[in-house]
Design a binder for this molecule. Structure first.
Ligand code: FMN
Length: 381
């Protein structure tokens, strides 16, 4: 096997090991994918300042995110269907995050349930909530997240309806309902994936199955979600959620200064500057391009996190320099998971940590608290 040196290597391996319809599901963005591409390419437009002959000893990447100690400011983002990249994917990723010392966020749309993840972890994880029309179901999720001792609720605000991913439709992932011969072929040529999948009974949406009516498979989930995502969702509902939850609240999917100001008013603990990894509004700015403006507007009132396009430790450091208190990775850990299971998620975290540490040192800094705009040589945003 070729050496795994960077996140791109995990992506190459995941492409070889995960059936095409699920690899494409993770790897694609909405419509023309212009925002998905911008998330990555805008990081490359930021140039760092090389500093020399400063004491680079005794470095640490440790910091906090919403008051929780983290080994580095990189949480695993909530991603739906993670258990389809690898059998028991959410449980494996949560364990890898716990061992590494960073937060894991479980999606409402996960394959493994809140209870599954709680059963294999001791560190409290974060739970991501989609506010469905069925508010009883929302309450059910909140109560289960409390019972599992989740330490933060991540409320996703940028998915009141679904942006279209062409690849999912071409792969017949979204609809129609049945497993086609093409799907079966795609799975049959990935024997390792099939073997692992046969070892688990977790192959459905276990946060929803048995808790929401008539959701039994991928397709019924799709039609259920299409009608359950609430187009009327508003800031008033955020207040309601905050009250029901009563714990730390992170609002995810903020890309505009005005929305950031609204979010800060709700008394949430943090916002995530995010465009859902380029999966929703195609044509929107990249997250990193919007980060400095949002930090300037609300950074003194609320913790600002960001995600979208992070593929290296250098990217994380650039986000921190531009004012993010923390970041999240989605695809990098999914590639790791698809490539090598839990070991691959650990590998993704190790790669990013190592890159971040060396980059911080070469910028002349020894700890994250000292990383600020002074390490940026050029930034177009
Ligand atoms: C396959 C996939 C599924 C996702 N599912 C969810 C989800 O269920 N809830 C959510 O809030 N965000 C979801 N996201 C968005 C991620 O939380 C995150 O914002 C995004 O992946 C960050 O971009 P990156 O993948 O470039 O790191 C998903 C992203 C991907 C790639």
């Amino acid at each position: 096997m070729a050496p795994i040196l960077e996140i791109a290597d995990l992506k190459t391996l995941a492409r070889k090991r995960v059936p095409k319809l699920f690899f494409d599901y993770a790897d694609s963005g909405s419509y023309t994918e212009s925002t998905y591409r911008a998330n990555e390419s805008d990081f490359a437009r930021i140039k760092l300042r090389q500093r020399v002959l400063v004491d680079m000893s005794g470095r640490t990447l440790e910091t906090t995110m919403v008051g929780e100690k983290v080994k580095m400011p990189v949480a695993l983002a909530p991603t739906g269907l993670t258990g389809m990249q690898h059998a028991d994917g959410e449980m494996l990723a949560a364990k890898a995050a716990e061992e590494f010392g960073v937060p894991f966020t479980l999606s409402t749309m996960s394959i493994c349930s809140i209870e599954d993840v709680a059963s294999v972890t001791t560190r409290p994880f974060w739970f991501q909530l989609y506010v469905m029309r069925d508010r009883d179901f929302v309450m059910n999720l909140i109560e289960r997240a409390k019972a599992a001792r989740c330490s933060a609720l991540v409320l996703t605000a940028d998915l009141q309806l679904l942006g279209q991913r062409h690849k999912d439709i071409r792969n017949s992932l979204a609809a129609p309902p049945k497993l086609t011969p093409k799907h079966l072929y795609q799975m049959a040529i990935r024997p390792r994936w099939c073997w692992n999948m046969l070892q688990t009974n977790r192959r459905t949406f276990r946060n929803i199955h048995g808790h929401a009516k008539n959701v039994t498979d991928l397709s019924s989930l799709h039609s259920w979600t299409a009608e359950q995502f609430d187009p009327k969702l508003s800031w008033k509902d955020v207040e309601w959620i905050k009250k029901q939850w009563g714990g730390k609240l992170i609002i995810k999917g903020i890309l505009d200064v005005e929305d950031a100001k609204m979010a800060a008013k709700t008394g949430a603990d943090a916002i995530v500057v995010s465009n859902h990894g380029g999966r929703q509004l195609d044509g929107a700015h990249s997250s990193i391009a919007m980060l400095p403006k949002i930090v300037e507007a609300v950074g003194h009132k609320i913790e600002v996190h960001m995600d979208g396009g992070i593929r290296s430790g250098q990217d994380v450091l650039k986000a921190i320099a531009l004012g993010a208190k923390g970041t999240y990775i989605g695809r990098p850990f999914l590639y790791g998971l698809g490539a090598m299971g839990k070991e691959g998620v650990t590998k993704a975290l190790e790669i990013i940590a190592k890159e971040m540490d060396v980059t911080m040192a070469l910028c002349g800094k020894r700890q994250l608290a000292d990383v600020d705009k002074s390490i940026i040589a050029e930034c177009p945003f």
